[in-house]
Design a protein around this ligand. Sequence first.
Ligand SMILES: Cc1cc2nc3c(=O)[nH]c(=O)nc-3n(C[C@H](O)[C@H](O)[C@H](O)COP(=O)(O)OP(=O)(O)OC[C@H]3O[C@@H](n4cnc5c(N)ncnc54)[C@H](O)[C@@H]3O)c2cc1C
Length: 504
Amino acid sequence: MDNRITEIVIVGGGTAGWMSAAALARVIGTTSCAITLVESEEIGTIGVGEATIPPIALFNKLLGIDEDEFVRETQGTFKLGIEFVDWKRLGERYLHSFGLFGVDMNGISFTHYWLRAMKQGAAGDRDLFNAEAEAAHLGKFARTPPNAPPSLPRVNYAFQFDASLYAAYLRRYAEARGVVRTEGRIVSVRRDPESGLIASVELAGGNRIGGQFFIDCSGFRGLLIEETFAAGYDDWSRWLPCNRAFAMPTSNVGRLAPYTRATAHEAGWQWRIPLQHRTGNGYVFSDGFVAEDEARQQLIGRVEGEPLAEPRLLKFVAGRRKSSWVGNCLAIGLAGGFLEPLESTSIHLVQAALAKLLAFFPQRHMDQALIARFNSEMNGLYDGIRDFLIAHYKLTEREDTAFWRYCKAMEIPDSLRARLELFRSRGEVMPGGQELFREVNWFSILHGQGLVPEDYHPVADALSAEELASRLSQIRAGVKARVDTMPSHDDYIAYCCASPRAAR
Ligand SMILES: Cc1cc2nc3c(=O)[nH]c(=O)nc-3n(C[C@H](O)[C@H](O)[C@H](O)COP(=O)(O)OP(=O)(O)OC[C@H]3O[C@@H](n4cnc5c(N)ncnc54)[C@H](O)[C@@H]3O)c2cc1C
């Protein structure tokens, strides 16, 4: 028997479904393997998910898409980081920039040298040593020119885009490469009585779609992974209590910020994501601490532009499937788990699952060792992001509402507690190889939230005080020179990738 997979069925046509279809069409192709995507317009998609992080550039590269065209088609803007307002305490803000701080020296991170200079009262603000952060503060943006010398540090950026346009863009891409879309609502799932694997899904009206491998992108419900395979869900709401969001688009006001803003409020936080044609807003909150209607009114009262639609309520539970791959079904996107959009990680988790799927691509017999390895790597990735998000809440100094008092006092996972202790003692984090967030990201958040290390890495003392001062001023001059040459974010978009439909 031929052991190769020749029929893949993707259930769901949201961002996860179409990202899966596009990546598989590009890499596996549709010549020797039929790829069918089933979606139901009647059920619809979640339609939010507008902010991304820099690794998305790798996904674009895999697809071979033109970045300017992609930004234009999705009404996109560029993103240099996330600004956190009122998280540490009311009236304070800091930026989690995508850029690096300074230059690593003698095998240790620049942040240790900066901490040393800080202790001696000789360091400027940390963002002066981070080109992306400074550009974000000034509303500037430019990508590294293609002809730049290799010695010039790259500009690290991501995108903010319209989620529905993104799915539509990927749909065009995937259909042009042979993916077949089927419209219809799946009403039942048939399993092979011997192997227990899924054999087909049946649509209302009786149409049956068979395959050897099924990708569950059906959203929160997990039509295949949970309703068919009962994979189970690890509920993390004791650490991440937000379980609702109201999303509402508004007209743009002022210039396009090259960053996403997350503002902490009484029982959660509000996002602001500037796109070319509108601004995405939403209030992520816990209904244990504020009533839905009150949260809705608060969002309406706090947005800057003219509302373009009524607030839309979305419900979720933070956590992930115990196993996202069971039998011949792999759950990707919301079907696999949900972590609130505080660090814009959901689309990245889709991308990461797809990269792993391609690396672990199965044969029909579904190797259990392969599946176990996949699940362990995916779970590790989720767990690392979970800890990173919890740290934003745990390290607050706010005690002005019951929600923040809960977050400040809550128990945290042992893995996070150990990490905070290490950082507190000498400014180190030591992320594992599979973790998404690296030393620089943790530094941004932990230090931004007010956790100042008691000491720094001993190697940072190897430079003389004069040498340290001279290097800091050189690095600062380099950052300034890079940012000085950048145009405003608005001008950059107008120059290379303005959407003709953006009413600005
Ligand atoms: C409030 C909020 C804000 C977010 N913000 C961000 C962000 O800024 N950045 C980010 O990276 N991510 C964000 N996300 C996450 C992001 O929206 C999702 O990861 C992304 O949209 C993927 O969704 P999905 O495709 O898994 O599910 P969905 O969009 O829900 O799609 C599910 C699909 O399954 C289909 N389907 C379901 N049942 C059936 C059936 N029985 N028969 C046929 N078809 C069916 C539906 O029709 C639909 O096509 C956010 C999420 C929320 C809730």
